[in-house]
Design a protein around this ligand. Structure first.
Ligand code: ADP
Ligand code: MG
Length: 703
C-alpha cells in the first residue's frame, strides 16, 4: 500500500517544510505557529472554505448569497453620487442583468467598463435596489475574441486558516508543491484497502487531492461541512489513530504496576464516623469499585461520573484515606483555584483532625510558600496535596504518590493525564488515577475520549434533595426579582447572583460584577452582600467563600468562577444574568450550586431579548429538566463536541480533522478497525499514532 514509485524516498512526515520553494527560516517559524512543520502537516492543514471559479453561471439563474463567475457585456457604466460616489456598471449576458458597484475606483477602471466591453467577474451576489448586484467583484476584461469560458479554474479554490505573514496564496503554493510530492513520495496508506472500500471511502492520496483541489462539479457544501467522502476518509483515519492511542495508553498502564492498597481501613472508618451523614448506596458501590481497583496492584484508571451534588468528594476522600493509611501520598487536582480551595477546606476539615497534613499548591503561591510546599511534598511530610494544574509541573516530585484524583475532568485532557505517568515512585510504578466528572459523558465521547477508562456512576442523590425549580425571565423584570431576593434572605436563605459576560476577559467580568454589587447594595441596603471574582487574590476569594459558607454573607455576587464544585447547602436561590449566552453544561454546573440542602431551591435565568432560536432552546431545556445526562446530550447536539469538552487546548479529543457530533456515525467502524489493526497490523498502529498524535508518541509507551 505504498503510494508512489520512488520507494527510496523519505516519508512526507520526515520532510521539513523548509525544503519547499518559498519557505525560508522566517516562513518556517510562521508556519510552525499554524502547527505546520512537515509536508505531511501541510497536507493535513485542510481548507475550511472553497470558491467555485470552475464554471460560468448565467445571470438569470443567480441567487443572492451565492458566489459565482459570470461573463457578460457592459450595457451602461455610470458614476453615481448619492450617499457615496460610486461606479455602477450594468452587465447583461442574455439571460439577465446585474449591477457591479465600486466605491473605490480610478480613471482607468472607468475606461475599462465602456459600453460593449466584455468582462468576466467573480463575486458574491447580493440583492440590490433594482436588480442583483456584486460589490467590488474580482474581474478581468476579456479580449474581443476570447471565449466566455476563458481563464476559468480547473479546481475549486481552497481557503485555508492563515496567519500573519502567511497569505492564502502562500498556502496554495505550498499545498501545490506538497500534493506533487505526494504523487512521488511515500505517504503510507495504513488502512487496508478493503476497509476503505467497505466504507465507500477513497484512498488517502485521492482524499488529500480532493480536499485540497476539488475537481469541478464537487459538492461544495459537503466539502465545507466536512461531509464529503474525501473528508470523511481523513476523519476516519484520525479517529482510528486516536482510538489506538488510547488503547495503547491503557495497554501500557496494564504492563505497569501500582501500589497495592489494602489497609485495615482504620483511617477511612474514622473519617466515615466523623461525617454527619451516611453514604448513599451509590456512593458505597462506587467506593467499592475504586477500592477493588486499587487493591489489585494494577494501576486504576477510573472515571467516576455523578451529577452535580451527588457527593463525589467524600468518595474521593475515603479512597484517599485508604491510600494514606497504606503509606502513600495522594494528589487532588481541580481545574480552578476556587474549586481547589473548596476541596482544601473539606479535606483539611476531614483529615487534620485525624492527624494528616494536607498541602496546598497552586500557580498563585508566593515563591517561598511554593518552595516550602514542594519540599514538604518531596519529603512526604504532606500526605495529601490539593491544587490546580500546578500540582503536576515538572519540579513537583512526590515521595511516593499512590493516587491522583482529578476533579471535573472535562477541563483535563488525555495529555495532562499522561503527565502523571512521571509522578510515580519509579518508571514502572504508576499512581492510581481517579477522575471525577459531573458532566455525564454521552456514548460517542465515551468511545473516543475515554476509551481507556473504566467508568462508575453515582446515580443517586443524597436523600432529601428536591429538584431545583427553574424559570426564565426577561431582563426587564429585574426589579421584581431583586425584591424576591430580599424576601428569600429574610426567610433565612442565602442567594447567588451570577454575572456573566460573553467576553473571556476576567477584568471585564470583574467590572460587571462590581457594577452589579453596587446596584444590589443600593436596592437591598439591609442585607449583607459579598463579591467574588477571578481577579481577587486566592486568599481574598477564600475569605469570602468562607464567610458565605458561615452565613456572614447573605447574597453572593459572583462571576462564573463559582461554576464548579462550590458547596454551600443553605444557598437556595440563584439568579443567572445573561443566561442566554451560556452553554447548557455551564448553566447546569452553575445551577448545581443550589439545591444542595433540604430546602426547595430555585434558579432564575435572566435573559435579554431578542432570543436566538438556539438560546430559546437552551433556556427551555433548563426549565424542563434537572437531569445532567439529558442536558449533556442536548448540549452535544447543539454545540458539537469540541466545545462541550471545553476548549481545544485541553487536549481532550483534540482532533485536526474529525469532529465528534458530525462524524459519530463512523465510530462503530472506528473501533472495529482499531481492533483489527491491533490484532493484525502492528506496524500500521505505530504509523497511525505517530502520524496523528505526533508529538505525544513517546507518551504512548514508545510507539
Ligand atoms: P459533587 O458530586 O457535585 O462534587 P459534593 O461532593 O460537593 O458533590 O457533595 C455535595 C454536598 O452533599 C456536600 O455538602 C456533601 O457534604 C453532601 N453529601 C455528600 N454525600 C452525602 C450523603 N450521602 N448524604 C448527605 N449529604 C451528602
Ligand atoms: Mg464536586
Amino acid at each position: 500500500m505504498v503510494i508512489g514509485t520512488d520507494t527510496a524516498a523519505e516519508p512526507l512526515d520526515a520532510i521539513s517544510v523548509v525544503t519547499l520553494k518559498g519557505v525560508g527560516e522566517a516562513m518556517a517559524l510562521k508556519l510552525a505557529s499554524l502547527g505546520i512543520h512537515t509536508l505531511q502537516d501541510v497536507l493535513f492543514h485542510l481548507p475550511f472554505r472553497y470558491q467555485d471559479r470552475t464554471r460560468l453561471s448565467k445571470i438569470g439563474e443567480l441567487s443572492p448569497g451565492s458566489e459565482a463567475v459570470i461573463s457578460a457585456e457592459v450595457m451602461v457604466s455610470d458614476i453615481v453620487i448619492r450617499q457615496r460616489r460610486s461606479l455602477m456598471v450594468r452587465l447583461n449576458d442574455g439571460t439577465g442583468s446585474i449591477m457591479l458597484r465600486f466605491f473605490h475606483f480610478n480613471q482607468k477602471q472607468v475606461k475599462q467598463f465602456e459600453r460593449g466591453a466584455r468582462v468576466q467577474c467573480f463575486g458574491e451576489v447580493r440583492r440590490g435596489p433594482g436588480m442583483l448586484e456584486m460589490v467590488h467583484p474580482e474581474y478581468r476584461v476579456l479580449a474581443p475574441d476570447a471565449l466566455d469560458e476563458a481563464a476559468l479554474d480547473n479546481t475549486l479554490t481552497p481557503f485555508y486558516h492563515a496567519t500573519e505573514g502567511v497569505q492564502q496564496a502562500t498556502l496554495r503554493k505550498l499545498t501545490d508543491q506538497a500534493l506533487k510530492q505526494l504523487d512521488q513520495r511515500l505517504l503510507r496508506d495504513f488502512l487496508p484497502a478493503s476497509v476503505a472500500g467497505n466504507l465507500a471511502l477513497p484512498d488517502l492520496r485521492t482524499a488529500l487531492h480532493v480536499v485540497h483541489r476539488p475537481p469541478p462539479g464537487s459538492d461544495v457544501n459537503a466539502l465545507m461541512e466536512g461531509l464529503h467522502p474525501a473528508h470523511r476518509r481523513l476523519a476516519f483515519e484520525e479517529l482510528v489513530a486516536h482510538r489506538l492511542g488510547l488503547r495503547l495508553l491503557r495497554v501500557t498502564a496494564e504492563t505497569q504496576h501500582a501500589p497495592k492498597i489494602r489497609p485495615p481501613g482504620v483511617l477511612a472508618k474514622s473519617l466515615r464516623d466523623s461525617l454527619a451523614f451516611n453514604l448513599t448506596g451509590a456512593q458505597d458501590r462506587v467506593l467499592l469499585d475504586v477500592l477493588n481497583d486499587m487493591g489489585s496492584g494494577d494501576p486504576m484508571l477510573r472515571l467516576v461520573q455523578g451529577d452535580v451534588g451527588s457527593g463525589k468528594t467524600i468518595v474521593a476522600a475515603l479512597a484517599a484515606a485508604q491510600v494514606v493509611e497504606c503509606g502513600y501520598q495522594v494528589a487532588m487536582m481541580a481545574p480552578t483555584e476556587i474549586l481547589a480551595e473548596q476541596h482544601m477546606l473539606n479535606f483539611s476539615e476531614w483529615f487534620e483532625s485525624l492527624g494528616i497534613e494536607v498541602g496546598w499548591l497552586t500557580g498563585k503561591l508566593r515563591v517561598a510558600q511554593r518552595r516550602a510546599t514542594i519540599e514538604a511534598v518531596a519529603t512526604g511530610q504532606k500526605r495529601i496535596v490539593i491544587g490546580t494544574h500546578a500540582l503536576f509541573q515538572k519540579d513537583v516530585q512526590f515521595q511516593n504518590l499512590g493516587l491522583a484524583i482529578i476533579d471535573e475532568q472535562h477541563r483535563f485532557g488525555v495529555h495532562q493525564r499522561m503527565a502523571l505517568r512521571n509522578k510515580g515512585a519509579d518508571e514502572n510504578v504508576l499512581p492510581h488515577q481517579l477522575i471525577m466528572t459531573a458532566t455525564p459523558i454521552p456514548r460517542t465521547l465515551a468511545m473516543t475520549a475515554y476509551a481507556d477508562l473504566d467508568v462508575s456512576v453515582i446515580d443517586e442523590l443524597p436523600p432529601g434533595r428536591k429538584p431545583v425549580t427553574t424559570v426564565a425571565l426577561e431582563n426587564g423584570r429585574r426589579g421584581e426579582i431583586i425584591e424576591r431576593v430580599g424576601a428569600a434572605i429574610d426567610a433565612g436563605s442565602q442567594v447567588y447572583w451570577v454575572c456573566t459576560l460573553i467576553e473571556e476577559s476576567e477584568s471585564l467580568q470583574a467590572e460587571a460584577a462590581e457594577d452589579t454589587l453596587v446596584t444590589l447594595q443600593e436596592l437591598l441596603p439591609r442585607h449583607r452582600i459579598g463579591l467574588v471574582h477571578g481577579r481577587l487574590k486566592p486568599r481574598e476569594k477564600e475569605a469570602i467563600m468562607q464567610s458565605f459558607k458561615s452565613r456572614e454573607i447573605d447574597l453572593l455576587v459572583a462571576t462564573t468562577v463559582i461554576e464548579v464544585g462550590v458547596d454551600v447547602p443553605n444557598a437556595s436561590l440563584m439568579i443567572i444574568e445573561n443566561a442566554e449566552r451560556l452553554g447548557l453544561s455551564q448553566l447546569h454546573q452553575l445551577r448545581g450550586r443550589v439545591g444542595r440542602g433540604s430546602a426547595q431551591s430555585s434558579c432564575i435565568l435572566l435573559y435579554q431579548t431578542p432570543l436566538s432560536n438556539n438560546g430559546r432552546e437552551r433556556l427551555g431545556i433548563m426549565r424542563e429538566t434537572n437531569d445532567g445526562f439529558i442536558i449533556a446530550e442536548k448540549d452535544l447536539s447543539l454545540r458539537g463536541a469540541g466545545e462541550v469538552l471545553g476548549t481545544r487546548q485541553t487536549g481532550l479529543a483534540e482532533f485536526r480533522i474529525a469532529e465528534l457530533g458530525r462524524d459519530d456515525d463512523l465510530l462503530d467502524d472506528v473501533s472495529e478497525i482499531a481492533d483489527l489493526l491491533l490484532d493484525a497490523h502492528p506496524e500500521a498502529v505505530q504509523g497511525l499514532v505517530r502520524r496523528w498524535i505526533g508529538e505525544e508518541k513517546k507518551d504512548y509507551g514508545g510507539v
